[in-house]
Design a binder for this molecule. Structure first.
Ligand code: UDP
Ligand code: MG
Length: 317
């Protein structure tokens, strides 16, 4: 039996990019003669013709499997569904818009065959074609999260990677509802080889990520992989407690020695609003963690599959 590679492709409204992607991945797969392929397309509740396209691919190509969600669950859920249903010896995740060049696959597989690494991940070395403000915030985010979390998250890392079966099993075992794959890949460990490449523009269609969505995703990343914000809130609490003790001392001593009446309600109002603001801010941070805990304990499924051509698929997980 030849080795098998499962390629997971999350697709959300990708009718324009999919035909290009499919012909490119077929070209690469045909050039790799000694491995067999399984293309696991995950339709993330697309509203366009993505599913119809996947059905036609599947009709004429037995390598094509598709899982179609009952609604849009997000790219993280789509990737998780892929990992849960992939059966290959090697598993790869790849975007449908050709921003993750399939032509890197042979090289990635060669690296894994050498035996020194368990996964090959890709990193874009440039952010050409991206709005500068977005690149700036992205850099800041990576610097921050690496300071405050124990998951090793590389700047410019893409979700595009090829891994061996044990790493895929480890990712499936991480069944948390709030998923941040870049952190999960780093957290499970394993020996990872980083492959740098130049950023490629989207082949067709539009990005599904607005600035606001990316911002929320970065907050998710921080809350999921770091407890440092909570420590900061306790630190602030301690600081203000000590400060207020000192201030009380000053006022009492001033009154006893100089008989100074304590005057000035404006200063009082300022202090109250300052401390009130900080308290609300800290409660907001705690709220983020509580909200995540709430979602986590409900144990809702990550995804629900409405239609698939894979006989043994995990329909709800
Ligand atoms: N995607 C998805 N569900 C979503 C949003 C995106 O499955 O809710 C898929 C999308 O079809 C693409 C990949 O995730 O294959 C990356 O999305 P996109 O190219 O829009 O992100 P960008 O490359 O701009 O970060
Ligand atoms: Mg893209």
């Amino acid at each position: 039996m030849p080795e098998q590679i499962s390629i997971i492709i999350p697709c959300y409204n990708e009718e324009n990019a999919l035909p290009l992607f499919y012909s490119e991945i077929c070209r690469v797969a045909d050039s790799m003669r000694d491995v067999s392929f399984e293309f696991l397309f995950v339709d993330d509740g697309s509203k366009d013709n993505t599913l119809a396209l996947l059905r036609t691919f599947a009709d004429r190509d037995p390598r094509v499997l598709y899982l179609s969600f009952s609604r849009n669950f997000g790219k993280e859920a789509a990737m998780y569904a892929g990992f849960c249903n992939a059966s290959g010896d090697y598993v790869a995740v790849m975007d449908a818009d050709l921003q993750d060049p399939p032509s890197l696959l042979p090289k990635m597989l060669d690296i894994l065959h050498c035996g020194e690494y368990d996964s090959v991940a890709t990193r874009r070395v440039s952010r050409i074609g991206e709005p500068p403000i977005r690149s700036f915030f992205a850099r800041m985010f990576y610097r921050l999260i690496n300071r405050i979390s124990d998951a090793d998250i590389v700047d410019g890392a893409r979700d595009f990677r090829l891994m061996k079966r044990p790493m895929c099993d480890a990712i499936v075992a991480m069944g948390e509802s709030n998923r941040f794959s870049k952190g999960i890949f780093g957290w499970v460990g394993f020996r990872t080889c980083w492959l740098p490449y130049e950023n490629v523009a989207r082949a067709a269609g539009e990005t599904k990520w607005s600035f606001w969505k990316l911002f929320q995703y970065s907050i998710d990343g921080i809350v999921n992989f770091s407890q440092v914000p909570l420590s900061i809130t306790s630190g602030m609490g301690l600081f203000f407690t000590i400060l207020s003790f000192l201030m009380i001392l000053v006022i009492v001593v001033r009154k006893l020695l100089f008989g100074d009446p304590v005057a000035g309600w404006p200063s009082l109002v300022c202090i109250i609003t300052l401390i009130g603001g900080i308290q609300l801010f800290c409660m907001g941070i705690m709220g983020q963690y509580i909200a995540k805990t709430y979602l986590e304990v409900k144990k809702r499924p990550h995804y629900i599959i409405g239609e698939t051509n894979k006989a043994s698929a995990d329909l709800v997980r």
